[in-house]
Design a protein. Sequence first.
Length: 74
Amino acid sequence: MSQEITLAKAAEKAEQAEVVSRLLESYPHQMAESEVTAIASLLARLTGEVATWLIEEQAQRMDAEAAKRGGKHA
């Protein structure tokens, strides 16, 4: 999946998740349960995609570093 989104797209999604989280933090009791559920779903999607990208990107970098040393990472 890391090839499906770019670093710029991952950063954009992380920023969007931060903005949504701050909105939720600022107005915790002014939203209906359905709105909170929708926001939670949005946050899960945004942060999940970013986390997946970061994990896969890290694994690729570890593999590249291990290849330079002639081995494979654990």
